[in-house]
Design a protein around this ligand. Structure first.
Ligand SMILES: Cc1cc2nc3c(=O)[nH]c(=O)nc-3n(C[C@H](O)[C@H](O)[C@H](O)COP(=O)(O)OP(=O)(O)OC[C@H]3O[C@@H](n4cnc5c(N)ncnc54)[C@H](O)[C@@H]3O)c2cc1C
Ligand code: SF4
Length: 331
């Protein structure tokens, strides 16, 4: 195990200042991802700063506009069990309950969840295989290697990894915001801009800078929120990351879709919104399966599967359709 020093902090300003001045320091919340990365030598911080003592950051609070503010230190299991989360955004509660295990969800924080790093086996492997995310400039072993679990959208020659967070897909569908405090004060980052595409700098997963602390995630009031569903397909039924997943939400006039929200997991370096499909779904009847399929297909013309994951193109469309239908039943 990589040696490290551990200290604790109870003041956000002190935490931000410490992180800003020390590139060898990492925040630690539940530790369920970071400690694994350190064991795999994919993260080697010299100092860990335990942020669990920061005040007020584990709360789940109602916002004046009818939305919810979920503190970055709230535990996944507490958020999944929260009555208002389940009532207003079933898609968020379901995405959390389909993630990891009960024990992990009790430990893991919401901030840590959206910061977790890819499960690409080459990135996590202790052997020094080429990986641009782990060692920039070394190459991408997955591009022409074993890439069954990798991206079909938005990848680059430098990295074809996917983002592993389930709840991030639900937040992207709901157009949530990440509330971040940093060296220059507080800012709100739209969830769909929080995670990056790999481009030529796959070592950077998010829009965060040194010194940035996630304070909360805010989910605005959404008419589609209550009629929402998260569907996750994986190689085994429990304790496994998504092969493909979909977060769907709809507002309807009778059986016709007024607005739809669709985001997918397991297909890109970030939660992937199906914007073209969302537009094409307007006015379509939930009973017209062929029209629903055609609308969803409009977002898949830009899919670029790799050698081992062409099956995801068809599978993802089926998952999106099924998630949409279940959301429709709740409308
Ligand atoms: C076996 C296993 C199975 C899993 N299965 C799933 C799954 O199916 N779906 C899924 O979504 N997840 C899954 N996970 C991932 C799990 O959900 C994450 O490990 C967990 O949510 C991370 O939260 P944490 O508080 O433990 O983060 P930590 O490990 O403490 O931190 C993770 C990262 O976030 C940073 N960080 C933490 N809090 C903040 C903050 N407030 N501001 C800025 N940076 C911060 C840390 O510096 C670190 O870089 C699985 C994990 C394991 C080990
Ligand atoms: S896909 Fe990304 S994380 Fe995986 S080996 Fe390639 S560069 Fe590394």
């Amino acid at each position: 195990m990589h040696p490290f020093a551990l200290s604790r902090v109870d003041d956000p300003a002190a935490a931000i200042a410490a992180h800003a001045r020390d590139p060898e320091l990492a925040f630690i919340a539940g530790g369920t991802d970071l400690i694994g990365l350190m064991k795999d030598r994919a993260a080697l911080p010299a100092r860990l700063l335990d942020i669990n003592g920061l005040p007020g950051m584990a709360r789940i609070e109602a916002l004046p506009d009818g939305g919810l503010r979920i503190g970055a230190l709230a535990r996944m299991s507490d958020v999944a069990a929260d009555t208002e989360v389940r009532r207003r955004y079933p898609v968020v509660a379901e995405a959390l309950l389909f993630a990891a295990s009960g024990q992990l969800r009790n430990m893991a924080s919401m901030g840590g969840n959206i910061m977790q790093r890819t499960r690409c086996a080459y990135f996590r492997d202790e052997d020094p295989l080429p990986c641009n995310k782990r060692r920039p400039g070394s190459g991408c072993s997955a591009l022409h290697g074993f890439n069954r679990n990798h991206a079909i959208f938005g990848w680059s020659e430098a990295c074809v990894a996917t983002n592993p967070s389930d709840v991030a897909v639900a937040f992207a569908a709901m157009d949530a915001n990440v509330i971040v405090r940093g060296r220059t004060g507080e800012r709100s980052i739209p969830f769909t801009e929080f995670h990056r595409l790999p481009g030529t700098t796959p070592e950077r997963d998010t829009a965060l800078d040194q010194g940035d602390l996630i304070i909360a995630i805010e989910v605005p009031a959404r008419v589609e929120g209550r009629a929402s569903h998260y569907l996750k397909l994986r190689d085994r039924q429990s304790y496994e990351f998504a092969l493909v997943s979909a977060a769907a939400a709809v507002a309807v006039d009778g059986r016709r879709i007024r607005t739809a929200r669709l985001a997918m997991g397991g297909v890109a370096h970030k939660p992937w919104r199906l914007r073209a499909a969302e537009m094409a779904l307007r006015g379509v009847s939930l009973d017209d399966i062929d029209a629903l399929k055609s609308a969803i297909a409009t977002s898949f013309t830009e899919a670029r599967p790799l050698a081992h994951n062409a099956f995801k193109v068809e599978l993802a469309q089926r998952v999106a359709l099924r998630a949409l239908q279940t959301a429709g039943v709740r409308a």
